[in-house]
Design a protein around this ligand. Structure first.
Ligand code: HEC
Length: 137
């Protein structure tokens, strides 16, 4: 009986320790406030096979290393990041308006680079947004 209790106590401590470490090493993303102007923005590029194809190409070049091939946040660089890159296949992420994605991609924050210089054409960012809409599980 005593050994059983000891095993339970040890398992609980190990669990608490490991979850504590996780909290310390990987910060939960803080709310990312998107200006109203962007929340209301209408995507000027209608989704089409061509737009999605262009977006996919940009994704492979600029985004996949962190966000992963299918947008689940499991890219090769993900383990080195201080913040989780998120999971675009989740309905909660897909609920964000197009303009919110546009703003976050343009401006960046912390580990998420700003792309307005690397991808200067707004239409290309919209193509990326259209591609990201196909990343559903
Ligand atoms: C160096 C790694 C890295 C690269 C490259 C990168 N991202 Fe990110 N991205 C992140 C991280 C980390 C976050 C979370 C940032 C935060 O919440 O502070 C993020 C967040 C985002 C968000 C917001 C997610 C949400 O839930 O609101 C979008 C949209 C996004 N990235 C799109 C892209 C696109 C598109 C590209 C390529 C053009 C890209 N990212 C390239 C690391 C990266």
């Amino acid at each position: 009986m005593k050994t059983k209790l000891a095993v339970v106590a040890i398992s609980i401590s190990v669990y608490l320790l490991s979850s504590g470490f996780k909290v310390a090493s990987l910060q939960q993303p803080k709310p990312w406030i998107v200006p109203d102007k962007y929340l209301k923005m209408v995507n000027p590029i209608k989704t089409s096979a061509e737009s999605v194809k262009d977006g996919k190409e940009l994704w492979g070049t600029h985004c996949q290393s962190c966000h992963g091939k299918s947008g689940k946040g499991d890219g090769t660089k993900a383990a080195q990041l201080k913040t989780e890159p998120g999971n675009f296949t989740l309905p909660a992420t897909q609920k964000e308006p197009d303009g919110s994605f546009f703003f976050k991609i343009s401006e960046g924050r912390g580990d998420m680079p700003s792309f307005k210089k690397k991808i200067p054409e707004a239409d290309d960012i919209w193509n990326l947004v259209n591609y990201m809409r196909t990343l559903k599980s």
